[in-house]
Structures are given as structure tokens and as C-alpha cells.
Ligand binder design. Structure first.
Ligand code: UGA
Length: 469
């Protein structure tokens, strides 16, 4: 099938490469000429497993990159809109990129087109796209609009796309439903997974995805409700972590205890310094704004956001108390990305913690396996950058763990102790067992667990204050 994907961001680029991998003829379009030039020169733009391989495999044959949207539309039967929908100042999704893309598509229509809405959008965007198509000169019979949200996670985006839990297709046209099913056939009948050079199926992937055909409104709600629910799980466990800390309980055991109930599940129940990234913060705000505009009471979402904001503040307060004073302290920060497996620093809790500490006159030396270049573009020379984790901690007053990269969970603790000026580790991602930290002679402060204080415990009054904050 001939497919145009509009937008070369995370979702657009991964979707384009994966549709090519499924055998379709894809034009990936963006109005940023520099991006297109970089992609044509072989730069995959984002750090994502398998993406460079897929682009190499299909570029120039089944996958082309172009800034000529009208031409891509004319050549294609299916046009996927995957442009950004950032939050505006009121927290609502800014749909101006979707509107611009729709207008340009409408002006180029030369026969029947299926327009697929893949950007994360509020309910009723499908209807707005239809209206904009007609306002811009298209006959209703020239197109169908389908809502087909994407559920990929950064870091595992390619395997999430190729081995999805579910594919949701929202539309009322029989013709469009037939075309969408054909688009995804290799994933639905399992033929893709059987190809000799297929991207390997992850162990936890389902055998066969759920394929749900529904109304556009339902499909749009499914996307926002999924992200809001996952964010709610994270805020829930973070709130319980605060209680665990105050009560002297252990949040990791609490998580195991509640997560082993199949109705609850272990996933997205890791306590930490709060969720970040380009999706959850924006989507919780947008969903809240939609609920308000529908006249529905959904203040639960306000709490989800509030707990998330507080979680970061609590961690900064913990750092402050553990260090006694912050001015001039030199801290090693492991992690800049908003989560492991990505170089994305948008809404990164790690960057937010660092910025708070810079305001308190701390000096930071940071290391991240993937996100250093992107962090440099934001933080510049306000911090120092180390070539590896151990170089970052050389003579530091304390070590901060801010992103859950695997390599940060297997540090040589004897070396850590030797390199740090003081034996203090503040772990915002609970990567270590407190017992091993105690055995290594490190004072260890994590989330929702009793601190380990083997060397020079904090004065008892400070400890009491910590528990009441
Ligand atoms: C999220 C969703 O997981 C995807 O399903 C969705 O498609 C995507 O948004 C989107 O709408 O495009 P992503 O933003 O890549 O994916 O990241 P997640 O893996 O969901 O993590 C989000 C944040 O939550 C990270 O900061 C992570 O560290 C944090 N997190 C995650 C926790 O603090 N605890 C957990 O247990 C899980």
C-alpha cells in the first residue's frame, strides 16, 4: 500500500519505518528541511533500538524522506497524521499542527484518501479534521478520517509498534475499515513475525494483538485514558511511597505485595521521582481539560499531577536535608534522560532536579549513556559532563541516581565508596537493595524505604523533620 506519514517526530518516524518494514511503500514527510536532509544522510535523529537498522534496510526502496507534502499526498492512498500536539499555556492540546497538516492534505487531494489520525489528540478531533477537509475544498466522498492511536513507548518504540498489545481503529466507514485491516494484516495474521529477518518478538509480547474497530470518539478516548491511567498508577505508588517512608515500611515489598494481585499488576508501579517525558505530563493536562470542557468531574487528574509535582520537590528536599547545606556542594548526577533507553530529555525529572539544585548553588557533574548532547543544548555549561559514571563521582559530596538506566544498577560499590568524598547515595529510582548499600559502607537514601545510615547518621532532629515533611 502507498502510505504518507506526516511528521518525523518519535511516532511519525517509527511508524514510517515500521510500515515500510511491513511491506508498504512509505513517504515520511516533514516541513523541517534540516530533519529531512539529516534523515536522507542516514541520521536516524532519535535514539531508538532497531530504528537505524530499519531505516538502513528500507531507505531508498520502500522508505523515502521528503519535505514535499502535496506530492506525498498525491502518491498515497493512506495519509497518516503524526505531527506534534504540545500543551498550550492552559494545558489544552495545541492542535495547530494538525490543522495545518489537514489543510495542506486537503489542497493536494487527487482521489479517495484515508486520513489516519495518529497524533495524540482530544476527543472529537476526528470530526474537526473532517470539517477542515470540507472547508478546504474536499468533497465528503473524497476521504475518510480514521482515529488510530499509537501506544509505543520511547526506548522500545519499534517492538511496541511491530508487536502491539492492541490496534485501535475508530471510524464509521466500511471502506476505511477494510483498508486499515489490510494495512495491519502482517501483524494481525502473524506473517510479519515469521519473516526470517523480522525484528525479534519481545518475550512479553502477546501472540496476537487485539484488533478493535470502534467509533472515532471511543478510539480517541482510549488513547488519553490509557496514558492518564498509567500516570495515575505511578502517582498512586509514589503517594504510597511517602506513607511507607513515614511509617518505616518498604515500598518495594508493598509493590510486590499489591502488584502480585493480577487485578493490579506490577507494571507502572515503580516508585521514583515522578513521571516525565513528552506524553504523560501533557496528556494528563489535556485529558483534564477535555473532562472540564465536557462538564465532567475528573479532579482525580488534578491529584495525579499534584502528587507528581510534589514527588520531585520531596526528592529535592531529601537531598537538601541529607547534605545539611547545599551551597557549593559538588554532586554527581547519574541520568539526564526522562527514563532509560532514550536520549529524550523533554519534561525529564532528572533535568528538573538538576535545575532545582543549580538554583541552590550546587555544582553538578552529570553522566547519561544517551542524553548528554540533548542535555547540553538545554543546560549548556551550567553543569559539567563526565565521560562515564565513575568520572562523575570523583570527589563528589554525594551521588544522585536520577534515571533508571540498567548500567547505573550495577556499579562497583567499592569503587563508588572510594571515589566519593562522602559516602552518600541518593537514589531517585530505587535501583539498589539497601542491604548491599549498607554492606558497601554507603549511606543510602531512596524512595519509600528506610534510609541506610552506616556512616555518621543524620542528627536525630533532622531525621524527625524529614519524616514529617
Ligand atoms: C508513554 C506510554 O507508556 C506509551 O504507551 C504511549 O504510547 C506514550 O507515552 C505516548 O503517548 O506517546 P513514554 O512517554 O515513552 O510512553 O514513557 P513511559 O515508559 O510510559 O514512562 C513515562 C515516565 O514514567 C518516565 O519518566 C518513567 O521513568 C516514569 N515511570 C514509568 C515511573 O516513574 N514508574 C513506572 O513504574 C513507570
Amino acid at each position: 500500500m502507498q502510505v504518507a506519514v506526516v511528521g518525523c517526530g518519535y511516532v511519525g518516524l517509527v511508524a514510517a519505518a515500521c510500515f515500510a518494514e511491513l511491506g508498504h511503500q512509505v513517504t515520511s514527510v516533514d516541513n523541517d528541511e534540516a530533519k529531512i536532509a539529516a534523515l536522507n544522510a542516514g541520521d536516524p535523529l532519535i535514539h531508538e533500538d532497531y530504528l537505524p537498522e530499519l531505516i538502513r534496510r528500507h531507505h531508498g526502496t520502500r522508505l523515502t524522506f521528503s519535505s514535499d507534502l502535496p506530492e506525498a499526498v498525491r502518491q498515497s492512498q493512506i495519509i497518516v497524521i503524526a505531527v506534534g500536539t504540545p500543551a498550550d499555556s492552559s494545558g489544552e492540546a495545541d492542535l495547530s499542527f494538525v490543522e495545518t497538516a489537514t489543510r495542506e492534505i486537503a489542497h493536494a487531494v487527487n482521489g479517495h484518501k484515508i486520513i489516519v489520525e495518529k497524533s495524540t489528540v482530544p476527543v472529537h478531533t476526528n470530526a474537526w479534521i473532517q470539517r477542515a477537509m470540507v472547508f478546504n475544498g474536499c468533497a465528503v466522498s473524497d476521504f475518510d478520517v480514521v482515529s488510530n492511536p499509537e501506544f509505543l513507548r520511547e526506548g522500545t518504540a519499534v517492538t511496541d509498534f511491530l508487536y502491539p498489545d492492541r490496534i485501535i481503529v475508530g471510524c464509521r466507514s466500511e471502506r476505511a475499515l477494510r483498508v486499515m485491516k489490510e494495512l495491519y494484516t502482517p501483524l494481525l495474521d502473524g506473517t510479519y513475525a515469521q519473516e526470517p529477518d523480522a525484528v525479534p518478538r519481545p518475550d512479553d509480547a502477546v501472540e496476537k494483538p487485539l484488533y478493535l474497530e470502534t467509533s472515532p470518539e471511543t478510539s480517541e478516548l482510549i488513547k488519553h485514558a490509557s496514558n492518564a491511567f498509567l500516570a495515575m498508577k505511578i502517582s498512586f505508588i509514589n503517594a504510597v511511597a511517602g506513607m511507607a517512608e513515614a511509617a518505616g515500611a518498604d515500598i518495594e515489598d508493598v509493590r510486590t505485595g499489591i502488584g502480585s494481585d493480577k487485578r493490579i499488576g506490577m507494571r507502572f508501579l515503580r516508585a521514583g521521582i515522578g513521571y516525565g517525558g513528552s506524553c504523560f505530563p501533557k496528556d494528563v493536562s489535556a485529558f483534564r481539560a477535555i473532562a472540564q470542557s465536557c462538564g465532567c468531574d475528573f479532579t482525580l487528574l488534578d491529584e495525579v499531577q499534584r502528587i507528581n509535582d510534589n514527588q520531585l520537590k520531596r526528592f529535592v528536599a531529601k537531598i537538601r536535608k541529607t547534605l545539611w547545606t547545599t551551597k557549593g556542594k559538588r554532586l554527581a548526577a547519574l541520568g539526564l534522560a526522562f527514563k532509560s533507553g532514550t536520549d529524550d530529555i523533554r519534561e525529564s525529572p532528572a533535568i528538573n532536579v538538576i535545575q532545582e539544585l543549580l538554583q541552590r548553588d550546587c555544582q553538578i557533574t552529570a553522566f547519561d549513556p544517551a542524553a548528554m548532547d540533548r542535555a547540553k543544548a538545554v543546560l549548556g555549561d551550567a553543569i559539567d559532563y563526565a565521560p562515564d559514571p565513575y568520572a562523575a563521582m570523583q570527589n563528589a559530596d554525594a551521588l544522585l541516581i536520577l534515571t533508571e538506566w540498567k548500567e547505573f544498577a550495577s556499579l562497583d560499590l567499592t569503587v563508588v565508596k572510594k571515589l566519593l568524598k562522602y559516602p552518600i547515595v541518593l537514589d531517585g529510582r530505587n535501583l539498589y537493595n539497601p542491604k548491599e548499600m549498607a554492606a558497601a559502607g554507603l549511606n543510602y537514601y531512596s524512595i519509600g524505604r528506610t534510609p541506610v545510615e552506616v556512616a555518621h547518621p543524620m542528627p536525630s532532629r533532622a531525621r524527625a523533620a524529614r519524616f514529617t515533611q
